[in-house]
Design a binder for this molecule. Structure first.
Ligand code: 13P
Length: 251
């Protein structure tokens, strides 16, 4: 059985004191769920990782980052490496978020290099894929998502398949309040799982968690978690408020 994984992507929000306060509140509300039932990951901005990591030190709630460079160190001004994230206690890193693809030119090839760098150093990855509204309207969802998944997973050999998480986040559903329906998301996610099977083998496909992301709220989380292939959620806006994120964790 796959353990569901709910991750909060805080994006570029929260100063250190704000982040510490939010992490403390979330920890209080979801600690039992995180110990028993569901993997919970908080992904604050880089600047708050250390402080939030301290809050989560004795907690089952895990720490994640929102991006990483593929090289372990060197002359890459402004970048952060896998060993640096591991050093802070990160267990996951989000890769290829549509905002990084759209605003920072991140490609499938870059996502692939980052995924290899992370997994080879025992850092879990949450790889984001998803089509734009334009692509959806042209009926190209499957083609676009397949290309992204193939690109991201090329040559990947995850030693621990539970460290490979894929987030299906239709771009048109991010921050818009307009979510995909549970069955719409499940169809794409089941397709992704079949593709993972072709690329990495049936055992890996069975173990890999695939989340839905895009306007997930307490009111709609059930419609996703009750689907056969959806193993959790990547939550943006609703993860910035402890009560709503906790409600989502509780399903
Ligand atoms: P929202 O939940 O705000 O739509 O954001 C989704 C997202 O981008 C998570 O990575």
């Amino acid at each position: 059985m796959r353990r569901p994984i709910i991750a909060g992507n805080w994006k570029m929000n929260k100063t250190v004191p704000e982040a510490v306060r939010l992490a403390k509140q979330i920890k209080l509300l979801v600690e039992e769920d995180a110990r028993e039932r569901v993997e919970v990951v908080l992904c604050p901005p880089f600047t708050a990782l250390h402080a939030v990591g301290e809050v989560l030190q004795d907690s089952a709630v895990k720490l994640g980052a929102q991006n990483v460079h593929d090289q372990p160190k060197g002359a890459y001004t402004g970048e952060v490496s896998v060993p640096m994230l591991k050093d802070l206690g990160c267990e996951y890193v989000i890769l290829g978020h549509s905002e990084r693809r759209a605003y920072f030119g991140e490609t499938d090839e870059m996502v692939n290099r980052k995924a290899k760098a992370a997994l080879s150093r025992d850092l879990g990855v949450i790889i984001c894929v998803g089509e734009t509204l334009h692509e959806k309207r042209e009926g190209r969802t499957e083609e676009v998502v397949r290309t992204q998944v193939r690109g991201a997973l090329a040559g990947l050999e995850p030693a621990r398949p539970e460290q490979l998480v894929i987030a299906y986040e239709p771009v048109w559903a991010i921050g818009t309040g307009e979510n995909a329906t549970g069955s719409e998301a499940n169809d794409v996610i089941a397709m992704i799982r079949r593709l993972v099977g072709e690329l990495l083998g049936a055992d890996t496909a069975e173990a890999v968690r695939i989340q839905y992301g895009g306007s997930v709220k307490p009111e709609n989380i059930k419609s996703f978690l009750t689907q056969s292939d959806i193993d959790g959620a990547l939550v943006g806006g609703a993860s910035l408020e402890a009560a709503s994120f906790a409600e989502i964790v509780k399903g």
